[in-house]
Design a protein around this ligand. Structure first.
Ligand code: ATP
Length: 294
C-alpha cells in the first residue's frame, strides 16, 4: 500500500484526567478528501493538533507521509485549525504575503491563491471588513501558501451559511481532484461530509469506531425493508437479522441473499406487499456507531 498521508498508531492523549485519545489507530491515504467525524469531545481536534505538532501525544505515534511531524515534513502540510487571526488592517493580499514571509517563502505571488478561493475582487480590501465566509476562504488560502501535499482543516465550514458552505465544498473538491492535494477535514455536518468526502473515519471517546469509503460504509449498512403479512413470519425467518420497524421488518442481509429470502417467504405463504433496499446515510451510521454524542 502507498504510504498514507497520515498514520496514527496507538495514539493516546491525556489532559489531566480527560482522555482525549484512547489508543487511536488510523490511516488517511494520500489523495482524496478524508472526513473526521465524531461527537463533541471525540478527539478530532486533538488528533489534528498532534498531526501538526501543536500538541504532544501522551503515547503512540503519528506519521505524515511516513515520517514523524518534523519541520521538514510539516512543510508539506498546510493547516487551518483555529480561526485564522489576520492583522485587521492588512488587505487579503498583504495577509497572504505576511503568511508567506513568516513561512520563509521569498518568492510568492498571492494572486493565484486569491483567485483560487474566489477572493480576487476583495484582494485589496481590509480583512476586518470580510464576512465570516471570506475569512474562512482566506484561511484556506493561507493554508495553501506553501503548496502543501496535505491540507488539514478543522471545521472549515463552521458558522458559514449554505452559500459559503457550497463554495468551500467546491474549493475542497478542486484541491483534491485538480491539484492532487490530500484534504483531511473534521466536521459536524454529516450531510456535507457525505457530499464532499471520499473516505471518513468516525471517532468516539478517542477511538476509531468506523472507517472506509463512504460507499463501502453505507453499503454494508443498507437493509431490506419488508412489508409483509404476517410480519411475525418474516421475523421468524430472519431470526437475529430481522428487526421490527412499525408495520415493516428491516432485514440485515447481503444483497445477494434477498432473492432466496423472498422466495422462502413466498413459499411459506407470506404475502409480501413491498420489499426495498433502504440505503443508510451517514447520519444513521453515525448515530448507530456513536449513540449520537453525550
Ligand atoms: N487543552 C485542553 N485541556 C484540557 N482538556 C482538553 C484540551 N483540549 C481538549 N480537551 C478535552 O479533550 C477531549 C477531546 O477534545 P477534542 O477537542 O479533541 O474533541 P473534538 O472531537 O474535536 O470535539 P468538538 O467536536 O467539540 O470540537 C474533550 O473532552 C476536551 O474537553
Amino acid at each position: 500500500m502507498a504510504v498514507p498521508a497520515l498514520a496514527a498508531r496507538s495514539l493516546v492523549k491525556r489532559y489531566g484526567a480527560v482522555q482525549a485519545l484512547a489508543g487511536l489507530d488510523l490511516d488517511v491515504p494520500a489523495g482524496g478528501v478524508f472526513g473526521l467525524l465524531g461527537p463533541n469531545g471525540a478527539g478530532k481536534s486533538t488528533l489534528l493538533r498532534i498531526a501538526i505538532d501543536l500538541v504532544r501525544p501522551s503515547a503512540g505515534t503519528v506519521a505524515l507521509f511516513g515520517a514523524p511531524p518534523s519541520p521538514a515534513v510539516l512543510r508539506r502540510v498546510g493547516s487551518f485549525i483555529e480561526a485564522p487571526r489576520f492583522h485587521a488592517y492588512l488587505s487579503a493580499r498583504e495577509a497572504l504575503i505576511h503568511v508567506a514571509l513568516v513561512g520563509g517563502l521569498r518568492r510568492f505571488d498571492p494572486d493565484p491563491l486569491l483567485d483560487r478561493v474566489g477572493l480576487t475582487d476583495a484582494a485589496d480590501r481590509r480583512v476586518d471588513t470580510f464576512s465570516l465566509g471570506m475569512k474562512q476562504r482566506l484561511g484556506i488560502a493561507a493554508a495553501l501558501v506553501g503548496t502543501p501535499d496535505l491540507i488539514i482543516l478543522d471545521e472549515p465550514t463552521n458558522g458559514m451559511d449554505p452559500a459559503g458552505i457550497s463554495e468551500i465544498r467546491t474549493l475542497v473538491r478542486t484541491l483534491a481532484d485538480v491539484d492532487g492535494v490530500t484534504v483531511l477535514l473534521s466536521s459536524h455536518l454529516l450531510d456535507e461530509v457525505q457530499r464532499i468526502c471520499d473516505r471518513v473515519a468516525i471517532l468516539d471517546h478517542g477511538r476509531l469506531v468506523a472507517t472506509g469509503t463512504i460507499g463501502d460504509l453505507l453499503a454494508t449498512r443498507a437493509r431490506l425493508r419488508i412489508s409483509a403479512t404476517p410480519a411475525a413470519a418474516v421475523l421468524a425467518t430472519l431470526g437475529e437479522r430481522g428487526q421490527r420497524d412499525g408495520d415493516a421488518v428491516l432485514a440485515d442481509i447481503a444483497r445477494s441473499e434477498a432473492p432466496a429470502l423472498i422466495a422462502a417467504l413466498v413459499a411459506a405463504g407470506v404475502a409480501i406487499e413491498e420489499a426495498r433496499w433502504e440505503g443508510a446515510n451517514l447520519e444513521s451510521l453515525f448515530f448507530q456507531q456513536t449513540g449520537g454524542g453525550r
